[in-house]
Design a protein around this ligand. Structure first.
Ligand code: TRP
Length: 456
């Protein structure tokens, strides 16, 4: 959000609640419902899931707090916030690079995010037309394969999704979206619960199997790739490392308790991911599908539930509407940094800046979309364009900027200020300092190095 729109809408918010909604809206998105289950499936389940859960609380939560804290001190866009806060602490201006890489990363993420947002949007109509009625895994798999092969179709929905994102950002995020969020997010939660109950009910032993697959520790399945993926996903899922949370923090009142707010956001975010896993994997196992089948997982599994349950058509339509909305509340947060940068660094106004950035991101999105069909064989480092962008952002850029943030907060800022801001008791302050100075940076560096070892 721009300074002006954020300030405007912020003044209308009941402060903490409005802020939580914006932060949770950015965090909860395709990452939780689409990406988390298929990654868990590809990485063999529980070892990845438990590592991800640990990272969310031990690494993600402190970095989230740190981004808000720095943002609240800086009161500007992420690049200038980093620059100013660094200057006020007597540190190098080069810290602004944390913000710069962040903006670049959000730009790259949005290009593939919009393609998947387009899938979600299109599935509203597929579900509504009743194509999944009585379908089994083979049928929903075929529908999805045909869907991926149809370039024009994918392009249309990617365009629609990107246009919707641009439209909202150009207008500024008014009360409309925030209000819709208040309805959509709980709606999504309730539907997920219904789906979990349905999955538990129809799939019998497969539910227990899923539970085991997701939560019974199986540390033999863990390797550098899975740990790096879990770290990257913790960042992705909390919208960290891109300066977005820093920007949100810059509109925060002093009265907001950062730690408790962060805890709520992390718990919500984790809950949505876990519920998605529990809705999806029973259907995977009960229908003989492959857990490791990749980005199509939810689009193949959930339609089986909608095709066979009472009221499934309407629930399917609602589910994909909510999913599209969850994706939109995240995609607008991804577009904002690029727009803000163009607005400030070029003569472009807000509308023009939005159009220019959206068109470039949209064009890059077309390359991602073609990776699922015509360009499936165009590979660099043995990855297609979609995988490459995902890898570059989630596994490299997000952890690197996250590391920059925590190093800055842990070593460059006056710790007494942080103690005051967070209102920590001496014991908790010791824990906090130990975490942010040593544990988190060392863990992130080790994971990055280990994740890049050739055998991984
Ligand atoms: N967190 C969102 C999701 O889970 C995606 C997202 C929004 C994001 N803003 C971000 C990811 C910033 C990384 C950085 O779907």
């Amino acid at each position: 959000m721009t300074t002006s729109t954020m300030k405007k809408s912020h003044s209308q918010w009941s402060s903490r609640m409005g802020f939580m909604l914006a932060a949770a809206g950015s965090a909860v998105g395709l990452g939780n419902i689409w990406k988390f289950p298929y990654m868990a499936g590809e990485m063999g389940g529980s070892a990845f899931v438990l590592t991800y859960l640990i990272f969310m609380f031990v690494i993600g939560l402190p970095i989230l707090v740190m981004e808000w804290l720095i943002g609240r001190r800086g009161q500007k866009n992420p690049i200038h916030t980093m620059e100013d806060v660094a200057a006020s602490e007597g540190r190098s201006r080069s810290w602004r690079w944390v913000g710069i890489i962040g903006v670049l990363g959000s730009f790259l993420i949005l290009s593939f995010y919009s393609v998947i947002g387009g899938w979600a949007t299109d599935y509203i109509f597929l579900a509504g037309k009743g194509v999944f009625l009585n379908a089994n895994g083979e049928i929903t798999g075929q529908i999805f394969t045909d869907f991926l092969g149809n370039v024009n179709h994918l392009l249309t929905w990617h365009t629609v999704f990107m246009a919707a994102t641009a439209f909202i950002v150009a207008m500024g995020v008014g009360a409309g979206l925030e209000r819709a969020c208040k309805v959509m997010m709980p709606g999504l939660g309730i539907l997920l619960l219904i789906l979990v109950a349905y999955a538990a009910y129809v799939s019998g032993p497969a539910f227990g199997e899923s539970f085991k697959f997701l939560f019974t520790p199986n540390w033999s399945a863990i390797n550098g790739t899975a740990v790096l993926a879990a770290l990257g996903h913790a960042f992705f899922s909390l919208s960290l490392g891109m300066g977005i949370m820093m920007a949100y923090g810059s509109y925060l009142g002093k009265d907001v308790n950062l730690l408790s707010t962060a805890r709520t956001v992390v718990i919500l975010d984790v809950l949505v991911a876990m519920l998605s896993g529990l809705a999806i994997f029973p259907l995977v196992f009960a229908n003989g599908l492959q857990p490791g089948s990749g980005p199509g997982l939810i689009f193949v599994t959930l339609p089986i539930a909608f095709g066979n349950m009472a009221g499934g058509t309407i629930l399917g339509v609602l589910f994909f509407i909510f999913l599209t909305f969850a994706a939109l509340t995240s995609s607008i947060s991804l577009l904002e940094p690029t727009v803000e940068l163009l607005e400030e660094k070029t003569p472009l106004g807000r509308k023009a800046a939005t159009i220019v950035s959206s068109v470039i991101i949209w064009a890059l999105g077309i390359a991602c979309l073609l990776a699922f069909n015509e360009w499936a064989d165009v590979k660099l480092f043995n990855k297609n364009i979609f995988d490459l962008l995902d890898y570059l952002t989630s596994k490299i850029m997000l952890p690197v900027t996250g590391l920059g943030t925590i190093l800055f907060g842990g070593w460059m800022m006056k710790q007494t200020l942080i103690k005051q801001e967070l209102n920590l008791s001496p014991t908790w302050f010791t824990v906090w300092t130990f975490l942010t100075r040593f544990i988190i940076p060392i863990a992130v560096i080790l994971i990055l190095v280990y994740g890049f070892m050739p055998e991984n």
